[in-house]
Design a protein around this ligand. Structure first.
Ligand SMILES: Cc1cc2nc3c(=O)[nH]c(=O)nc-3n(C[C@H](O)[C@H](O)[C@H](O)COP(=O)(O)O)c2cc1C
Length: 342
């Protein structure tokens, strides 16, 4: 159930509730942590979340979605992140950093991608990355991981989902290259392999990968493709990951069928979990203890994220523990307000 520990790599999480990465678009142009971030993440840690994955944090200035994203492209950004990690650790939560590059979905630009295809008319046409530039971006992911380690993060999550740069190489809908970074026969995995290798060389802790397991495009990638991608990654110690974070969509403007229901992404997670041996994290529109527990008990995933629910209700975990009579330490300062359980 959600209040049991889980060990990922060498990292033990106190429960199975995860705050997924959510861009707050609140940083200044220098990408540094501000007081808002300390309060925002600190409150969820105090509220009992086991693992907090900090929002998409750009490995290059042109890899930001907006000029209000957090950044990890400069050593100057380490200090603020270290302060953030220290605060969260003091509340007993573990901390991951999502390292990201928006590629053609950047509003900052100049935009780059696997091929010169625009996402939609709101974006500028991206420049196709040369082999030399691919090498530079790969190194930027490695440098981001090095800085994440210096900042004290317990885990790094590589953002391979939602149509951002790594996804722009993986997807046959976007990647039209005919060199070794092209798709063969279904997906362009070489860039992802290079990024994971660079990250692992620079980060000693567990490495997670977030993917859009379903692209909602008949010719795009589906969970079965990601089973194969995972098999390829896990067959080589240099590219082995410790956790797969299963999300969906954002690859092209194509959307999942509406209306969206709670657990709509769980079939994708379940399909991959049945064919893999590493822990799977997933979620989507989860709001209740029953939903999250049922995901774990039916073995659809090992960890569950609650995104927007934790924005509404940072004390969700403490409240669920109280309702379900699970002993959990209430913040000592708030003891006099601890809900009464008969
Ligand atoms: C405000 C907001 C910002 C988000 N930013 C990111 C992000 O930085 N990286 C990412 O991978 N997903 C991002 N997402 C997607 C969430 O991580 C999560 O997958 C999504 O909200 C679905 O979960 P939920 O229904 O529990 O909110 C964002 C979602 C929201 C609502």
């Amino acid at each position: 159930m959600i209040f049991t520990e889980l060990t990922v790599g060498d990292l033990t999480l106190k429960n199975r509730v995860v705050m997924p990465p959510m861009c707050m678009y609140t940083a200044n142009n220098d990408g540094k942590v501000l007081p808002f971030h300390l309060v925002h993440y600190g409150t969820r840690a105090q509220g009992g979340v086991g693992l907090i994955i900090v929002e998409a944090t750009a490995v290059e200035p042109r890899g930001r979605i907006t000029d209000h994203d957090l950044g990890i492209w400069d050593d100057e950004q380490i200090e603020g992140l270290r302060n953030l990690v220290d605060i969260i650790h003091s509340f007993g939560a573990k901390m991951a950093l999502q390292i990201a590059h928006a590629g053609r979905k950047s509003e900052v630009g100049p935009t780059v991608s696997s091929s010169p295809l625009v996402f939609n008319s709101q974006y500028t046409e991206p420049i196709s990355l040369s082999l030399e530039k691919i090498d530079q971006v790969t190194k930027a992911f490695g440098e981001g991981a090095r800085r994440a380690h210096l900042a004290g993060f317990d885990m790094v999550e590589i953002h391979g989902a939602h149509g951002y740069l790594i996804n722009q190489f993986l997807s046959p809908m976007i990647n039209k290259r005919d060199d070794e970074y092209g798709f063969k026969p279904r997906f362009g995995i070489k860039f992802l392999q290079g990024v994971i290798t660079a990250v692992k060389q620079n980060f000693p802790g567990p490495v997670a990968l977030r993917v859009s397991a379903e692209s909602y495009e008949p010719d795009g990638l589906h969970p079965e493709d990601y089973i194969k991608i995972l098999q390829i990654l896990q067959s080589n110690p240099e590219t082995q990951i410790d956790l797969l974070d299963v999300s969906s969509g954002g690859v092209t403007p194509s959307m999942p069928p509406r209306p969206l229901k709670a657990m709509y992404q769980m079939p994708f997670a379940e399909t991959i979990k049945k064919n893999s041996s590493i822990p799977i994290l997933s979620g989507g529109l989860i709001t209740t203890f029953q939903q999250s527990n049922e995901i774990l008990l039916s073995n659809k995933a090992d960890l569950v994220w609650l995104g927007r629910e934790l924005l509404r209700n940072p004390y969700w975990v403490l409240k669920a523990a109280n309702e379900w009579h699970v002993k959990m330490d209430f913040p000592i300062q708030y003891k006099r307000a601890e809900p009464y359980s008969p």
